[in-house]
Design a protein around this ligand. Structure first.
Ligand code: ADP
Length: 250
């Protein structure tokens, strides 16, 4: 966690050839209505920060659920970090979510009756990892994210921005190949939103592959290195771009 992006704001030099996400010809049809995803293909390489934009009902959540193994396509294949996610059993899918991906949500999804430290330790406990190694990793993350002074506090005592930092620490605990973020600034005030934006930017500059679903154009512009737009379950725009400089940016 030491390197930083180049002075031009681009992290493209860090993007390597191996695909973290490889989605091929995915369709998702429900009994009623038009398909939620319609022949969608998408490859995301290691080191990319991809923002998924699109109007309400365009298929963003469906796409996120496919990648997280929370839903299955009716056609096509979804491979993440070498795992055929669309073919996993329910148990294997839960293990995949614990091992390979980290998830951050709009409303944090922290457990209010556990301390910050215990929230962050939870994924390691679920994997049955050695406790002292897990505590070292949690301490490292809390330090990196600037929230170690809150380790013994309960989430209810923290600001929204601090809670989202705890959620990010928890998501990173098992060193996920992919960080999925669903409207991570959606419930935050402007200042906290800018903090989380900077945090995601720094994480990607340090090499973390990120997929971000958002309505927040400034989040996409400042944090992502690539943006796709969905309309009616299809990709209508796919552009790689340098990050926009923000007031909080380096
Ligand atoms: P977004 O996240 O971009 O708002 P969604 O992925 O939630 O879009 O939805 C895409 C389309 O699929 C919408 O037309 C929505 O009504 C439909 N849809 C989503 N979930 C279901 C479901 N469980 N049953 C039927 N239709 C659904």
């Amino acid at each position: 966690m030491t390197s930083r992006q180049g002075s031009d704001g681009s992290s493209s030099a860090r993007v390597s050839g191996s695909p973290v996400i490889d989605i091929r010809d995915v369709g998702k049809r429900y009994d009623e209505g038009p398909p939620a995803l319609d022949g969608l293909s998408l490859e995301v390489r290691q080191g990319e920060a991809l923002a998924v934009l699109g109007p309400s009902g365009s298929g963003k959540s469906t796409l996120l659920n496919m990648i997280a193994g929370l839903d299955r396509p009716t056609e096509g294949s979804v491979t993440v970090a070498g795992v055929r996610v669309d073919e996993l059993s329910e148990t294997a899918s839960a293990r995949y979510r614990r091992d390979r991906i980290g998830m951050v949500f709009q409303f944090f999804n922290l457990l209010d009756d556990l301390t910050v430290l215990d929230n962050v330790l939870l994924p390691a406990q679920l994997l049955g990892q050695d406790r002292s190694g897990a505590r070292d990793r949690a301490a490292e993350l809390l330090g990196y994210l600037g929230i170690n002074r809150h380790a013994a506090a309960y989430p209810g005592r923290l600001s929204g921005g601090e809670r989202q930092r705890v959620a990010v620490a928890r998501a990173l605990m098992n060193r996920p190949a992919l960080l999925l973020a669903d409207e991570p600034t959606g419930a935050l005030d402007t200042a906290s939103g800018a903090e989380v934006r900077q945090l995601l930017t720094d994480l990607n500059a340090d090499g973390q592959t990120i997929l971000l679903v958002t309505h927040d154009l400034s989040l996409a512009e400042s944090c992502a290195t690539r943006t796709i737009e969905l309309v009616d379950g299809r990709i209508t725009r796919d552009s790689r771009h340098p990050r926009a400089e923000t007031a909080a940016g380096r």
